[in-house]
Design a protein around this ligand. Structure first.
Ligand code: BGC
Length: 350
């Protein structure tokens, strides 16, 4: 049902969009009204694409946005071009709201949105839907909750109720589970001092993000589900940031010393910071401490290979950005889109 309406809506949108001539081989001829907001010559259709990123100063989202831009380029042909504008929300919701308003005024043909705050999802979705612009949400999933406050999968009404709105992401439960499994699979299962429990430090991303919540929960759940005892020495918020990761790890190492057996970081940026703190404290990964991240940034994969990180989990920026772009192009072409698209995580160990 949704697909059917999505299709109708997208076709209707195309009628009013700068690049409507792209579908079905029809090209505007001579006196026909040119669709608003874009450049259409008789030979070339240019789609205007607005991409709003929560913050440029984020290693993972930098890979993601660069790949969005690069992949759109590869899809260009002699007759179809994509004019991609990418803006930096600077981790400021008011700034991002202005940017989305500007995209609407500029008559973007599709918008790809990495929200600063998922709590603002409804307001922004409504603006974009009212402007009849297809919307692809990425990376930060707006969530639906049941009456007990538990999350419900694939149930966000702003997505379900709007045919031209979707979310592209990865299920962060998987990444957390993989982190825990990597520790469980170690010869000593993370219990370096043999006291029967895994004593760990947790360094969390932005707690508003479900990626941070799920990674924190499921990394430990994988261990307890496998029958291991755990002891949380400290659990601190590092907001995805390398410097915060370093400070939190340094403080934990000075406070808990040898007791720290595993440092779980919700992302690789914070793990890079923790790695520096581990070295500064005279500790050695793989010998007297373990270090886990998520994202599989190039430098962290290298560290896993040379043993200075225990493991990470590939957060597939290429897979996610290509899916987001493919879905955006589908919507531009008047094809139906689904509500949710998922890309798998992959365990990275030596
Ligand atoms: C990534 C983090 C990134 C965050 C931004 C997460 O999925 O793992 O590295 O900072 O997304 O929202």
């Amino acid at each position: 049902m949704k697909k059917f309406f999505a299709s109708l809506l997208a076709v209707a949108m195309l009628a009013g969009c700068s690049s409507g001539s792209a579908s079905g081989g029809e090209k505007p001829s001579g006196g026909e009204a040119a669709p608003s907001g874009g450049e259409t010559s008789s030979d070339v259709t240019t789609y205007d694409v607005g991409v709003a990123i929560y913050q440029f100063n984020d290693n993972f989202m930098t890979l993601y946005r660069n790949e969005i831009e690069a992949y759109f380029k590869t899809l260009e042909t002699d007759s179809v071009k994509y004019n991609v504008t990418i803006v930096d929300g600077k981790n400021d919701m008011a700034e991002q709201t202005n940017q989305v308003n500007t995209f609407i005024t500029q008559g973007m043909d599709v918008i790809i949105l990495n929200l600063v705050q998922t709590s603002s999802a409804d307001a922004l979705i409504q603006k974009v839907v009212d402007a009849e612009i297809p919307l692809v949400l990425i990376n930060r999933e707006p969530l639906a909750y049941d009456k007990d406050g538990n999350t419900i999968d694939e149930a966000y009404e702003g997505i379900l109720n709007n045919a031209a709105v979707c979310y592209v992401g990865a299920d962060a439960r998987q990444s957390g589970t993989f982190q825990g499994e990597i520790v469980a699979e170690l010869p000593d299962h993370g219990d370096i001092n043999g006291d029967g429990k895994i004593s760990y430090v947790m360094i969390e991303g932005d707690p508003e993000n479900i990626d941070a919540q799920y990674r924190t929960e499921f990394s430990i759940k994988a261990l307890t589900d496998a029958g291991y005892e755990v002891d949380c020495l400290t659990d601190q918020v590092g907001n995805w940031d390398q410097t915060n990761g370093q400070t939190i790890a340094a403080n934990a190492l000075s406070q808990y010393g040898e007791d720290v057996e595993v440092i779980f970081c919700n992302n690789d940026a914070m793990a890079l910071g923790a790695a520096a703190a581990i070295t500064a404290a005279g500790r050695t990964v793989g010998e007297d401490i373990y270090l886990l991240g998520v994202d599989a940034l190039d430098e962290c994969v290298e560290m896993v290979n040379n043993g200075t990180m225990t493991g990470t989990v590939l957060n597939d920026a290429v897979g996610q950005s290509h899916t987001a772009v493919d879905v955006a192009v589908k919507a531009l072409n008047g094809e139906a889109i689904d509500n949710y698209y998922w890309v798998d995580y992959v365990k990275v160990t030596k």
